[in-house]
Design a protein around this ligand. Sequence first.
Ligand code: AMP
Length: 396
Amino acid sequence: MNFTDFGFDPRLMEGIESLGFEIPTPIQQQAIPVIMEGKDLIGAAQTGTGKTAAFLLPIIHRVLKEDSGSGIKALVIVPTRELAVQIDQHMQGLSYFTSVSSVAIYGGTDGATFTREKTALTEGVDVVICTPGRMLAHLNMGYVNFSTIRSLVLDEADRMLDMGFVDDIMKIISHVPKVRQTLLFSATIPTDIKILAKKVLNDPSEINIALSKPAEKILQLAYSVYDTQKLPLVKYLLGTSKGRTILIFCSTKSSTKLLSRELKKAGLEVQEIHSDLEQKERESVMNNFRAKDIQVLVATDVVSRGIDVENIDLVLNYDVPNDAEDYVHRIGRTARAEASGVAITFINPDGQWKFAEIEKLLGKSIHKGAIPSQFGEAPEYAPKKRPIGNFRRGKR
Ligand code: AMP
């Protein structure tokens, strides 16, 4: 299958070509014809599968085909600012040769930004990409007119429910006309997503791009280690990865800061990203990382989903993720689209049962490497049953 098979507007085809997309990804092959037909859709697909273009392309095509009025034509609701910015950038790339306009509305910034967002919303923009809280703030001011919207997208719906946005989302949707096309994308489709889908979608088609699929191209490795062995081992691994782009995930802000400081001391080009940083600082760090001005980014899972950085060579889980799905999202930062990559996880004794849950979700066991002998004896990997608690496996 080829992009020419979808019957897209020639101006849109130029955008696709300029981004270097040659063959539609599986989610694009399956979703685009359904969306072009006008049907509602539930897409079970995670980041890295090409799902953004799968919904943006038919939306841009529809705007080009249907009308030139100044009202808002499509609304995309997403969980995080980073994802809103990234989708808007994707949108600008794809629509570059068209007159279709877009704006990202995501809050957390200064008053001038609010005013700029207000201007875009009131003076006319075709596609609005927003986080729920900020969109609601604008809606509550009374100047936003959603009556011309014909396409609604809920992206990373499971994440949005996790973050407690369900009421905000429903309030926003109450302003959108009932006659519309609705598309919902989610990494998994647990019961709460099904309930939401029933409320907002109309007889949807369902597409499922299997959860572990993008991970197939990723070489996954794990090391069973004591906490005290992590820092020397990470320095050793980074020492052997000169020139590579590396993303390290820690489970807490404090360990993110600590590790970043230690790696800087060791002479590495490192920056960190976590929720203590201002929005502007986060954007600047992400831009530096994208531009490959820094080699190593140490992050909390603020950035584990939805952030589109190409060609990360290595994803390192310094701690076992607290949520089995987060593991899949984190390692999904490598091996994007056609590339391949490596994902390494450090498993401390307390993390063993969590890692066993991850392996259960993946349906396979991950190879456990032996750490070099200079780091001392490593703990045996012998996970016990999960303790009482709420580590979730595939359930959001
Ligand atoms: P997404 O899952 O939407 O975050 O997309 C993952 C990455 O794949 C992004 O960097 C896209 O630019 C890229 N991508 C999307 N569709 C294609 C395609 N058909 N061919 C090559 N790369 C693509």
